[in-house]
Design a protein around this ligand. Structure first.
Ligand SMILES: [Zn+2]
Length: 331
């Protein structure tokens, strides 16, 4: 019997206890490994430690992923990894950092974390804009054996049929329908499939996704403010001890972890804002050669016998109109 995307998601969630436990262990191991940097390289410059942490994090995530898949044959859950990371940082903050922080800072940071966890749950369980008119559950799609041409034809077909009964009909707003190979479903206004949140980001949850990214950035910045207050009070960086304790190492390593997170998330948000302003989804921006509407055939120049393809965005209607449409397309 065919399952709708919602049913597939629900049955997937019920089988996710094992991957959640793997993710939880993986979070602890990640922070333990990162704490080795200040433990053994405390004499090095902070930037050198930061670069080393970034390399270690990439290596550990890659190597850990390979070990899980090939040796342990266990899957981890990326959303659970994000969730437990937030809990780990919060737990460390409560047990160590909060001692040096004022009650107001303490309340602000804790509220931010609670909102972040609510936001995380909301985005994981949100409907990105599943098209539920029968195409999404066809046998061919469920088996994942669709070709690029077939997908594009279906996207246009779903778009045409979806618009006839869609609330946006007549408003002049065009909803792009794209196929997600991971969810095996057609999504209205698909931006990308987000592995970290285990869900597609589409027309209905794209604004929530951006709000959540801003929330992450603000919370991480707050954590850095709180830890710098702690470091200033404890004089941790002024007098690095010869035998630093685990909590001292974790203070430094969580600062570096948070800075690394912050850097890539700020870059990610800037890229998303750019895409919203120019009315192009991030997946379309990367894979524009797969979508014919973004291709402009340039006739061969005299003396040359090949036709080149240039990028053009048929959806770009100017920044103001693009942002207006982006906010209006939530419904
Ligand atoms: Zn997806």
């Amino acid at each position: 019997m065919d399952e709708t995307p919602d049913e597939r998601k629900r049955s997937g969630r019920s089988k996710s206890i094992g991957p959640c436990i793997v993710s939880c262990i993986f979070v602890f191991l990640t922070h333990l490994v990162l704490s080795l940097v200040p433990r053994f390289f405390s004499a090095s410059a902070f930037l050198a430690q930061l670069a080393l942490s970034a390399l270690l994090l990439l290596f550990f995530l890659g190597f850990g992923g390979w070990c899980r898949r090939t040796l342990l044959k266990r899957r981890a859950s990326a959303p659970a990894f994000v969730f437990f990371n937030i809990l780990f940082i919060w737990g460390f903050y409560i047990s160590v950092i909060s001692q040096a922080v004022s009650l107001l800072n303490d309340a602000v940071f804790s509220c931010e974390v609670v909102f972040l966890l609510i936001g995380l749950y909301s985005i994981i369980t949100s409907d990105p804009g599943f098209v539920t008119n029968g195409f999404a559950s066809s046998d061919q799609v469920a088996e994942g054996s669709v070709s690029e041409v077939h997908i594009h034809e279906k996207e246009l077909e779903v778009l045409a049929s979806g618009l006839s009964d869609d609330s946006t009909e007549g408003s002049g707003l065009v909803t792009r329908v794209r196929y997600c190979r991971i969810c095996k479903a057609y999504i209205k206004g698909l931006d990308h499939h987000c592995p970290a949140f285990g869900n597609c980001i589409g027309q209905k949850n794209h604004p929530l996704f951006l709000v959540l990214l801003f929330g992450l950035i603000i919370t991480e910045a707050s954590y850095l403010v709180c830890t710098s207050l702690f470091v200033a009070k404890s004089g941790l960086l002024r007098r690095p001890s010869l035998e630093p304790t685990l909590s001292e190492n974790l203070t430094v390593s969580t600062i570096m972890f948070t800075i690394l997170q912050l850097v890539w998330q700020v870059l990610f948000v800037i890229w998303h804002i750019y895409c919203v302003c120019f009315n192009i989804r991030t997946d379309e921006w990367i894979n524009w050669k797969k979508h014919p509407e973004f291709q402009l055939l340039v006739q061969p120049q005299p003396g040359k016998n090949f036709t080149s393809i240039k990028f053009r965005n048929p959806y770009d209607k100017g920044i103001r109109q693009n942002v207006k449409e982006f906010l209006a397309l939530r419904a």
